[in-house]
Design a protein around this ligand. Sequence first.
Ligand SMILES: [Zn+2]
Length: 306
Amino acid sequence: MIIADQESQRGRPRAERRRAHYRAAYLPLSEFAAAWDRGLLDATVHRSHADYRRELEQALRHIAERPGAVVWVVPLDVAGLVAYAEREGVDPGSRRTRLDYNDSLYGAGRDIRWPPPRNGCCWCGSDLKYKQCCGAPGFLAAEMADPASLVLRVELDDVRPPVWRRIAVPSELPLDRVHELIQTAMGWRQARTYLFTGNGATVVDPKLADLVGPAPVADSERLISLVNEIGDRVSYICDTAMGKWSHTITVEEVREPDGENIARVLDGAGNFPPSKGENSNEAQSRGPSSPFPAWSPLAFSRADHA
Ligand SMILES: [Zn+2]
């Protein structure tokens, strides 16, 4: 789901959904601290509450540009979240649980309309005016480090022997850049078009935007919007000179970057291109005449993809 932790339309009557209400889950400062203390947040969440608020404000502005969008902020409380998780028998530390808890609060009277008036109280609960708090241009302009690295397994579907790469990718990298990384890491060259699909969303190559209607496009969506928890899985399909190829992307790890948060190929096996469904070693035995490079751990460089 796009902006998975920050929007939800479920729980609304059908007619209301057409008005595109978005309810963003938000942990006020004291609840944010309590959530960290209880181990309910992971590396994909900014450690600083200011960065967390800044990211949410930016995401809300992005959502508000959608036609007919009506945006709300829903303050969550940790005690209620934990009680909800116990009742439902789910993990209180999962983003999915926060989103479902947020859904369960529909109609509970907590929703705060966003944006507030410029001179009104900020949505974040700070007692400052919105224009002097989360709505201040200086606040929004501050640079934030990407807090997490997602370790992805990218595997070509329906081929034997398996062709796969394990890559570490900054969590907030735009999906058009993720596409470029996969192309390089897997050994493809210049796919004509591509799309990501699964986890409740389809994100398309910007070149396809006019053809497929209102689907989100890859240059304005981030990796974290598509997958954000261990085990999350989506398909990546690219149209190449050798036909359409489908890959399964699985999140294997969510971690704080050790040092600089850059894209890296960590591991892999298998070379391209095997025949679909062919149970042979042809892929491994292709000689130097193959148009595809042999698997190399140096498939892409720091300079190109930092
Ligand atoms: Zn604020």
